[in-house]
Write a protein that binds this ligand. Structure first.
Ligand SMILES: [Zn+2]
Length: 266
């Protein structure tokens, strides 16, 4: 019996790091998140968008996505009770990254690829606008084990040409590695995009949306409800990539934020 208990504790010890979750970390910088306590039964908006509200230890918090393009200084959160709360955004200098893409079509697409790219952009925009009233579980678990090979927000250059900043966190993992849902939600998009390759978007509630790119295989379909930890697809290298990895993005109030802020500190 004693031995068995010992075995269980080893098992629990081994499993814990895989299922660790934590309340997000505040980071008051462009691409970061502000976590602001608000009264119960109150809505909050930032810019032109409602923000996600969640509860933690019986208190209510607005989880605000700060855009990469945000100016430094005072920002306002407007509450439905008429009050205005402020928070101060500090500067953050994201480093540059230079990548060489062998498939030149992925850097300078052909004329006939452009329609597809525009179509993809439109679908993305619609997905990001999704609003559902369910309270999101913001205590995420890591979708794939592996090292963080490229952080969010890097200023990117593909074959020496400037492109949009890195819109997610890259986790290096071999093709075929299972990707799990970091939090419960509903699949809003399961598709194939020119740059993202096979891609999934999940609505976690109240504008908290996550996406998974470059998959070798998608194992869910649109409108499917998923639980935290459900397998949604397999890591791959479809779309614009330099190798197999998961490109993971997180949106709040229609704004891209650093996914790492949702993971427990290592
Ligand atoms: Zn990436």
């Amino acid at each position: 019996m004693r031995n068995q208990n010992h075995l269980y504790s080893i098992l629990i010890f081994l499993l814990l790091p895989m299922i660790a979750s934590a309340f997000p970390q505040q980071s008051l910088v462009p691409g970061g998140i502000a976590i602001i306590e608000i009264p119960a039964n109150t809505q909050a908006s930032y810019g032109n968008h409602f923000v996600a509200i969640t509860t933690h230890k019986q208190r209510h918090y607005a989880i605000v996505g700060i855009p990469l393009s945000a100016k430094t200084g005072q920002h306002q959160l407007v509450l439905s009770n008429g009050k205005v709360l402020t928070f101060k955004v500090k500067a953050k200098d994201y480093p540059s990254q230079y990548l060489t893409i062998k498939n030149k079509r992925m850097v300078n697409p052909y004329q006939n690829d452009r329609d597809k790219i525009i179509q993809d952009k439109h679908k993305k925009k619609q997905a990001i606008k999704t609003w559902s009233d369910s309270i999101p579980n913001v205590n995420f678990i890591q979708p794939v084990p592996g090292i963080f090979s490229s952080p969010f927000g890097l200023k990117r250059f593909f074959n020496q040409q400037a492109r949009s900043p890195h819109s997610g966190l890259d986790i290096a993992a071999p093709t075929g590695t299972k990707i799990i849902a970091p939090s419960a939600g509903k699949v809003i998009l399961a598709d194939n995009f020119f740059f993202n390759g096979n891609v999934i978007y999940i609505d976690h509630g109240q504008g908290l949306i996550s996406s998974y790119s470059h998959l070798s295989k998608i194992l869910v379909e649109a409108n499917q409800q998923i639980k935290q930890g459900d397998t949604i697809g397999l890591v791959g290298e479809t779309g614009r990539v330099t190798g197999a990895h998961l490109h993971w993005s997180v949106y709040l109030n229609q704004t891209l934020v650093d996914p790492k802020l949702f993971l427990p500190k290592p």
